[in-house]
Design a protein. Sequence first.
Length: 306
Amino acid sequence: MRELCVKHKDDLLRADLLIASDGPRAAPDRPTLFLGARGGHPIELIVDLREGAHHSGNWGGLLANPGIILAHALACVTDARGTIRVPEWRPPLPASVRRVLADVEVDGSGNGPGIDRDWGEAGLSPAERVFGWNSFEVLAFTTGTPDRPVNAIPGQTRAHCQLRYVVGTDVDDIIPALRRHLDRHGFTQVELRRGRGGFFRASRLDPEDPWVGFAARSVEQTTGCAPTILPNFGGSLPNDSFADVLGLRTIWIPHSYAGCSQHAPDEHLLAPIAREGLGMMAGLFWDLGEGDLRTRLGRETGEAPA
């Protein structure tokens, strides 16, 4: 898709604004707008010390254990509550982002798991942690053969990890920054690789952009409820193809909810949200088609939308 956008950015895909739908609302009973997405960067950490495994009695205390080394390496990436300790991974949190998140409640009650309020960056609200900050996750960690452990010191170990990151994080420095951090802490044996799986760049439209105000007013006029505005989605999607390559403002309007079992066999949609979503989108496209839109947006943005 990115290649397609590069090829046709000056002809077929030339535009001012992307309006799209994906993901869950912040709360089932309140419309939501989100303006971008957190990036997702897979990272593999590997400790490969020797060929094969060796008897833990005959060699215990003589051979370094790669599982222990990697466990301590992972423990220096965050503290015990998940607070990121790699300096370059700690992003700026703009005042405009803090303002729109000030009244956003994230608790998981009724449509998701209960959140751990003492987890993550201290001093940030739950909404700021998931929509305005970075998080490092260990997705899988293997050493030896967990299903059939034997009395042997393994020779290798591997962890599959991920950094979910927001705008303001240098994507090209994510792995180099971790390399420097591990080296400072003495973990030079740990090899780093870009992991397998999806890779997404972070994106975010300024919450104070006039197009955001336009969309929010339209949704409120249709539904009678002011929408929750999120600077970016907590998850990842290829929004950077639209925002960075095509240079578009991006506004996403979700029509699902957090308990929808997304990507699972029983993924579903709530009928009331779908019904409201149909009316909301009809109202938004009606408002986009009104004759004075060019004049109204031109006054607010200093340009004339196409």
